[in-house]
Every structure is written in structure tokens, then in C-alpha cells.
Design a protein around this ligand. Sequence first.
Ligand code: DC
Length: 230
Amino acid sequence: MGVPDCIAIDGPAASGKSTIANKLAEKIGYLYFDTGIMYRAVTWMALRHEIPFEDETGVSTLAKNVPIDVKPPSVEDGRDYDIFVEGEDITWKIRLPEVDHNVSVVSVYPGVRAALTAQQRRIGLQGQVVMVGRDIGTVVLPEAELKIYLDASPEERAHRRHQERLERGEKANFEEILENVRRRDKIDSTREVAPLKAAEDAVIINTDNLTIEDVLAEVEKLIDQFKRGK
Ligand code: DC
């Protein structure tokens, strides 16, 4: 058996999914695709078009009609890719606190999820992909051959987000970030459509006391087991 064709990595905010998936994809020559950027892009569009987040129809229409372009990085500023919407480079804008704060609300809407899930599934089914999100193993690509669910305590995850912000030279308040992590966990895991949860056949890794290298080693071990057909 070769390397699994589709690798799904799910888990709550700041559990280390993106970092691990990105490094793994680079190592095995797969496409790295972070589906969270699409929910963030829709949240940014709503802000840009001044559509209130409570306007479910308005926000869902944006998700359905406005294309999100994801391309290889054109600027060396630490980005993994370029994200363009309506000709605007929104790569860093989708990380702003206003987006962080509202993205979970936007991702509850079934119309938004239907529009984005369809695009994600099309990309995933092309294969050779490490796809990251909340519902990849359960809804977007239930046929993924390897499913991993990365978890960590809210405190540890808030600490990681806090560090990331400081490293980018942004202002950051740990308590506010922790509260936002808890709030998003609650919304993400209790929504009706595609809630955050581990697929029944996912391998759960708690990353609280693990370094990035430790987690990567665990994941590579799982890939080796897969190759040996276990
Ligand atoms: O991974 P992230 O923090 O960039 O994700 C942002 C939000 O997008 C998250 O709070 C929930 C939503 N999301 C989702 O509902 N389903 C996905 N597959 C990916 C993200």
C-alpha cells in the first residue's frame, strides 16, 4: 500500500492542524489545503459588503456567488498561499480579530456550508491532498484513508494563538483570546450541520505536551502503518 491519497486533519481552533498539515504535505509532496480560510474569506466578504452577520440569506448568497481564489504565495511575508476575493489580497485580513470573532457564527449557516463543502470536496477528490478543517473526516471527505483529530486544552491553544499574534507584531491579550477560543469551540461543536467532532475512524492525538516535531513523528508513524496495510 502507498501513502494514503487523502489525509483529513480535523480539530478545534489552534490545535496545530495547519502547521502539521503544511509540514506533512511538503514532506510527502501533497497539496495542503486549509478549509478554514474559506469560512474566514466569507466572513471578511460580509464585513467588506457591510452585510450583518445575522443576515443568513445575505451571507449565504455571498458564499455561493463570490469565488475565493487560492494560489501559490506571491509575496515572501510568511504566507503559505495568496487568498484573493474580488481582486483584493485578503491573505492577512482573514486573520484579523473581527474575523476571528465572527467566523464561527458564519460557519453555522447551512447555505454557507453547502457552498464551501462542495468546492472542498471537489478539490479533495483530486487526491494527493492533506485537507484541514472541522468536518473533513466526517462530511467533506468521509472516504479519506487516514483521518487524524488533533486536540489540545483551550489554555494551550490560546497560548499558541497569543504567541502567533505577538510574533506578527500585533497586539494580543491572552484572556480575550482564551475567551474567544472557548466561545468558538462551543459554537463549532454544537452547531446542527457538520459539528466539530472526531470521525469514528479517526486517530485522536492530544498535542498538549507535544512539540510540532513530536506530532509530526506520530503522524508519520500512522502513515507508515497505513503503508504496511495495518
Ligand atoms: O481553522 P480556523 O480557525 O481557521 O477555522 C475558522 C472557522 O471556520 C472555525 O471557527 C469554524 C469554521 N470551519 C468550519 O466550520 N469547518 C471547516 N471545515 C473549517 C473551518
